[in-house]
Design a protein around this ligand. Structure first.
Ligand code: ZN
Length: 291
């Protein structure tokens, strides 16, 4: 995918890398605004590699409004210039903003840009500890897309998901969760999960597949920058992060009831639907859900 030009002043970026990284983060102990324990579900994790590991981040309090930019002492421009991957992720973020903001405007729904949160190995988020092992994730309470860009190398080397469009898919998928957060879909699903814990995983899968579809919608609406091989890279990445593939890789037998993100076939299917239609209304992954 040919990268778009972007102005770092127009995107929201924070950086926990390097000296002082993580310091000054305004979160973790914020007051519970909703009465009782607020469950921040594991809707957001990209790989779903180890659900048990994710549980640590599930019961965190929401934090107050995020502090913007330069937490680690860097400006957005500096954060985006730390390395190639950072630059690329910032460009993806800007492109995603440009694609999604007009859609919200048109629908009359309030839009807010998410914050791209760079961290390295261990960081903090409004949803608890950010750890590289979790893979990239979105935290609804602080609207942060959290990424340790070392994940991109891991994805290429260990998961066989190479290429710039595979990386674009990662950010676009997390952005999909931001869209779900703004539209209220994720909140609705959270309520359904609380009412019916036995369907928690099945509902999580729908949410994840929708985020994949939204990633495809973004790609479709930026066709002019798609290059030969991009779509294949995206589909390969979607296959690589399927629950069955991840479980097999980990030496476990795939058990559908334990899926939280969807099978490889499902993830490829929904990414493709987004890419082929460019229409978020076609991303109704809940349509066939039995009452
Ligand atoms: Zn996700």
């Amino acid at each position: 995918m040919r990268l778009n030009d972007f102005n770092p002043a127009n995107i929201r970026v924070r950086d926990q890398r390097g000296e002082g990284g993580g310091g000054g983060f305004p979160g973790g102990k914020g007051s519970l605004g909703c009465g009782g324990l607020l469950i921040v579900l594991a809707i957001a994790y990209f790989t779903g590699a180890d659900p048990a590991q994710l549980l640590s981040g599930l019961d965190q309090a929401q934090v107050s409004a995020p502090q913007e930019q330069a937490v680690g002492g860097r400006t957005a421009a500096e954060s985006c210039a730390v390395n190639e991957y950072s630059h690329e992720a910032c460009a993806h973020l800007d492109s995603l903003n440009r694609t999604w903001e007009p859609k919200f405007k048109a629908a009359g729904i309030a839009f807010e840009q998410p914050i791209l949160e760079f961290y390295s190995r261990e960081g903090q988020s409004g949803c608890g500890a950010a750890q590289s092992a979790m893979g990239p994730f979105y935290c609804p309470s602080d609207e942060g897309i959290y990424i340790d860009t070392a994940f991109y190398d891991e994805m290429a080397q260990q998961m066989g998901a190479k290429g710039d469009f595979a990386r674009a898919y990662v950010i676009a998928h997390e952005y999909g969760h931001h869209v779900q957060n703004l539209t209220g879909i994720s909140r609705q699903v959270r309520q359904m999960q609380q009412q019916n814990p036995s369907r928690e995983n099945a509902l999580s899968v729908r949410l994840e597949l929708q985020a994949d579809c939204y990633a495809g919608v973004w790609a479709a609406l930026n066709k002019d920058r798609i290059e030969a091989g991009d779509l294949e890279e995206g589909l390969t990445a979607a296959h690589a992060v399927g629950d069955d593939t991840l479980m097999e890789q980990a030496g476990r037998r795939p058990v559908e009831a334990a899926f939280t993100h969807g099978s490889s076939a499902q993830r490829m299917k929904w990414l493709r639907i987004g890419m082929e239609t460019g229409d978020e209304d076609k991303c109704d992954t809940f349509a066939d859900l039995k009452p």
